[in-house]
Design a binder for this molecule. Structure first.
Ligand SMILES: [Zn+2]
Length: 47
C-alpha cells in the first residue's frame, strides 16, 4: 500500500515498518506527517 502526500503528491514514507506514521520526504512541503492509526494529518503552521 502506498500513500501520496495530499499537498505535493510525493510518495509518503513510513517512519518504521508497521508504525502507521507516514512522513512527506519533500522538505519544501508543508505537510509533515500522516498518522494512519488516528487518521490525523499534520501540517506546518496548523494546530
Ligand atoms: Zn508533501
Amino acid at each position: 500500500m502506498t500513500l501520496n502526500c495530499p499537498d505535493c503528491d510525493f510518495e509518503l514514507i513510513e517512519f518504521d515498518p508497521g508504525s502507521g506514521i507516514f512522513h512527506c520526504p519533500n522538505h519544501e512541503c508543508t505537510f509533515i506527517y500522516f498518522d494512519k492509526n488516528t487518521g490525523k494529518k499534520y501540517r506546518k503552521n496548523e494546530k
